[in-house]
Design a protein around this ligand. Structure first.
Ligand code: PGA
Length: 252
């Protein structure tokens, strides 16, 4: 953890859930969120945002989208804009997730434009970065993350509370996690890059993501410069998600 930073535990539900399942999951997280000492965020699929917004209400658990378009409105069939997310009650938006980068050919320039749009709509962007397995084996993890950060984050990012999520692609949904030494090294590198660029770089939240679950959360969340987690599979079970939140170090 970074001193004086409160952990953010974020659930990325991806393309999962019926209305009934989303409703039950959101209700259970809301009911279990009292007194955890960290911030919680749920990012359901677009069709469930309104429903989950109503369930979460003005309580402690924040709502986020999983993506947004760089334009505020227009002829973009199938897309959702940042102002729409804000209007429905979202405070955050995930951007540049590796599944978007891979499945929708999203490059850093597009992620940058989306982050600008998010900031313009008053949303807090959570920008994901991370190397592939081949890049890791080639010794390129640090360089890849550096390039993604430099090209994806707009200038106003830190001042608006922007969040970075380090998610090694090979750890997402695989059950494999980097060693704590590897997490330590990449998060220190990210912190150094953020401090070099932004006045608020020292206190920005940098999350770890990739196969986080209740049983490994304490170890991963204790690493220096890890200020929370972005969770996929394990966020689909309220008990598991809340167990991760309970494992987060409490801010001093
Ligand atoms: P996972 O996904 O927790 O299922 O590995 C993480 C993510 O994609 O954010």
């Amino acid at each position: 953890m970074t001193p004086s930073v409160c952990a953010l535990i974020a659930g990325n539900w991806k393309m999962h859930g019926t209305r009934a399942e989303a409703s039950a999951l959101a209700g259970a997280v809301r009911d279990g969120a009292e007194g955890l000492g960290c911030d919680l965020l749920l990012c359901p699929a677009f069709p469930h945002l309104g429903l989950v917004a109503e369930i979460l209400g003005a309580g402690a658990v924040a709502l986020g989208g999983q993506d947004c378009h760089p334009a505020a409105k227009g002829a973009h069939t199938g897309d959702v804009s940042a102002p729409m997310l804000s209007d429905i009650g979202a405070r955050f938006v995930l951007l540049g997730h590796s599944e978007r980068r891979a499945n929708h050919a999203e490059g850093n320039g597009l992620v940058h434009a989306k982050a600008e749009a998010a900031l313009g709509a008053g949303l807090i962007p959570v920008v994901c970065v991370g190397e592939s397995e081949a890049e890791r084996l080639g010794g390129l993890a640090g360089a890849i993350v550096e390039t993604q950060l430099a090209a994806s984050l707009p200038d106003g990012f830190a001042a608006a509370g922007g969040v970075v999520a380090y998610e090694p692609v090979w750890a997402i949904g695989t059950g494999r996690t980097p060693t704590t030494a590897q997490v330590t090294e990449v998060h220190a590198k990210i912190r150094a890059d953020l401090v070099a660029r932004f006045a608020d770089g020292g206190t920005m939240r940098v999350l770890y993501g990739g196969s986080v679950k209740g049983s490994n959360a304490a170890e991963l969340l204790a690493v220096a410069n890890v200020d929370g987690a972005l969770i996929g599979g394990a966020s689909l079970k309220a008990g598991e998600f809340l167990a991760i939140a309970e494992a987060a170090p409490k801010s001093a």
